[in-house]
Design a protein around this ligand. Structure first.
Ligand code: ADP
Ligand code: ZN
Length: 614
């Protein structure tokens, strides 16, 4: 008789179409199948679902999957049904009749997996129904939702320990992509997982290329980035305000891209519609506030662009993490300027949280700004922030590929600080820069600032350079802005030693402004996840075949009213385009094609491969 793990491997190949387990998948599946509790931390796209889906097929009974992401359940169930697995969901989107039908399937023991929202699971009626079923396991997805201080807190999650009390013999597996120790401890505590095996994966997302630009005009830089890297790809552009979302979407539309807005102020129906189009059509850009994202499981998001600064590294990582779930090369791109830095600092200063919380927020702001102004590998810094060590620079971030130059900016800093001091700490950056550059405008002469000793002492730097200097000084805490939000620059405690030329000599090293000359642009685009690369370096001919396969996929998806990636992921189409299988057996060798999908789609794709010009 085959062992449990032999059966697991068989399912992996025959149903899911994959040759090997990834990361800790095999150990996790082994433990859960044997009836043990597990806590697993894996990055987005790491392959968490299989960790409970395969045990659900190995153990008798129905697996109950708790998930707060109602919008995702349909996709997950569609994907499983495509593999010939008996799956269903119960949530508020179903009609009463649909619910009853699923409940009777559950009671008849016909379901391998049932997805439910936590509030539904905890109601008395549902529990008494579960009492009558054989339950194979409980999977608690997005387990970080138990964490009180986290941004995804769900109070129902805190009652999920009830499952353990009521069904002590049923194994539980909690899954999350949120890394930090505090959240981890809270999950164990709240869900009573003290006895669980804990599997922690590296949080690195090696397929994501990180780049952070200090830009004068964020939009132009965005356009350059899109043109050279993603002329046809789907992606997300994050903006800070609703107004900005609307304006940016409109601007991209005018430039010829299909860009749809998404923010909390839009009518529910329009939001839904835009999200749906993003999931189902190819090459759509969603322009959104951070209201968009939670529960978006689209695997082929090729880029996430920020036109603002995220509040902290956690948010940055979560938001950029929506790119490249399928493991193909993807870009996390950001552009920010002096104003963004000032606003982020202000946001923390002016929050009405208690002192302790505020201090924590300040530290997080510092860390985020530090990441922006960093001159070494971004990935090393991000992972270090989450307590992980990457021994070598990654080679796949802007700083690794195109190392920024630094320069000794001590004198420039002293000039800037001195100028602010002498003009009474009452002005914004542009005014101070004008004094430094010796501009004689009416306001400056009215204030008598053309008489200052710092008037016209900064002409060795351009206006743009000075803006970069001020941005970095604010980012490093050598300057602060007024708390009213007028952008007035003030000295800080850290400024004084420099201003007074203290006995202990201090140097200030800053990043040089990067020139985006044509040559450099070209260079960085060949390194980042460019359009060609994201189609995994297909030759022109293969690219053509890939497009034909994509068209077929879209047709099949539309017929069944499911998103295209539920039929096959891009990765599978890529492999097909390169290998060009001609028989069913060769088809089965392609990653992502198991027996059921072969019988459903094998013929259609073989035909398309044989006759690409039809
Ligand atoms: P997560 O929930 O961790 O974000 P998923 O479970 O959605 O990730 O998996 C991400 C992608 O990786 C899916 O397309 C999935 O089918 C694929 N995948 C999972 N495990 C494997 C494996 N062992 N080999 C190849 N692909 C895998
Ligand atoms: Zn790097």
């Amino acid at each position: 008789m085959p062992t449990t793990m032999q059966r697991a491997r068989h399912i992996l190949k025959s149903s899911f179409g994959y040759d090997d387990f990834r990361h800790h998948q095999a150990d996790i599946i082994d433990a859960v199948s044997q009836g043990q509790d597990v806590l697993t931390l894996m990055p987005t796209g790491g392959g968490k679902s299989i960790c409970y889906q395969i045990p659900a097929l190995l153990r008798p009974g129905t697996a109950i999957v708790v998930s707060p992401l109602i919008a995702l359940m349909q996709d997950q169930v569609d994907s499983l049904q495509q593999l010939g697995i008996q799956a269903a969901f119960l949530n508020s989107t179903l009609t009463a009749a649909e619910q009853r039908a699923i409940e009777s399937e559950l009671l008849a023991g016909k379901l391998d997996l049932l997805y439910v929202a936590p509030e539904r699971l905890l109601n008395g009626q549902m529990l008494s129904m579960l009492d009558q079923c054989q339950i194979s396991l409980f999977a608690i997805d997005e387990a970080h939702c138990v964490a009180q201080w986290g941004h995804d807190f769900r109070k129902e999650y805190q009652q999920l320990s009830l499952l353990h009390e009521r069904y002590p013999a049923v194994p539980r597996i909690a899954l999350t992509a949120t890394a930090d120790q505090r959240t981890r401890d809270e999950i164990i505590e709240q869900l009573a997982l003290q006895q669980a095996h804990v599997f922690i994966n590296s949080f690195d997302r090696p397929n994501i290329h990180y780049a952070i630009h200090e830009a004068g005009n964020g939009r132009d830089a965005l356009w350059q980035f899109l043109q050279s890297n993603h002329p046809h790809d789907a992606g997300i552009v994050y903006c800070l305000s609703r107004k900005n979302v609307e304006a940016t979407a409109e601007w991209l539309q005018k430039k010829g891209r299909t860009a749809l807005p998404y923010h909390a102020g839009l009518k529910q129906q329009l939001r839904q519609e835009n999200q749906q189009r993003f999931l189902r059509e190819d090459g759509i850009i969603i322009v959104a506030t951070i209201a968009f994202g939670m529960g978006i499981d689209k695997p082929d998001v090729r880029f996430v662009a920020h036109l603002n600064l995220p509040k902290n590294i956690e948010s940055y990582y979560q938001e950029t993490g929506r790119a490249g779930r399928d493991g193909l090369p993807s870009n996390a791109w950001m552009s920010y300027g002096l104003k963004d830095v000032i606003n982020l600092r202000l946001f923390t200063q002016n929050s009405d949280a208690n002192e302790l919380f505020k201090r924590m927020m300040l530290q997080k702001t510092d860390a985020m700004l530090g990441l922006c102004e960093l001159t070494s590998c971004r990935r090393q810094a991000i992972l270090a922030y989450f307590g992980e060590t990457l021994n070598q620079p990654c080679g796949n971030c802007d700083n690794c590929i195109n190392p920024p130059e630094t320069w000794d900016a001590t004198i420039a800093t002293q000039k800037a600080l001195s100028c602010i001091y002498r003009s009474g700490e009452r002005f914004g950056s542009q005014y101070i820069i004008d004094i430094l550059l010796g501009k004689t405008d009416e306001r400056i002469s009215r204030n008598g600032h053309d008489q200052l000793s710092t008037f016209n002492i900064g002409s060795e730097h351009s206006n743009a350079e000075w803006r970069g200097i001020f941005r970095q000084l604010v980012a490093h805490g050598l300057l602060a802005s007024d708390s009213e939000g007028y952008g007035v620059l003030k000295l800080t405690e850290k400024s004084w030693p420099l201003l007074k030329r203290s006995k202990i000599p201090q140097t200030v090293m800053l990043r040089k402004l990067r020139k985006t000359s044509k040559q450099q642009r070209k260079r960085s685009s060949t390194y980042g996840a460019s359009a060609q690369q994201s189609a995994q370096d297909l030759s022109q001919e293969d690219q053509y075949i890939f497009e034909q396969l994509r068209t077929l996929r879209r047709k099949l998806a539309t017929e069944q009213n499911v998103p295209p990636y539920v039929i096959f992921p891009d990765k599978t189409l890529n492999e097909m385009a390169i290998i060009k299988p001609t028989t069913h057996a060769q088809m089965l060798d392609i990653s992502g094609i198991g027996a059921v999908k072969l019988s459903r789609y094998g013929e259609a794709f073989l035909h398309a491969l044989k006759n690409p010009d039809e």
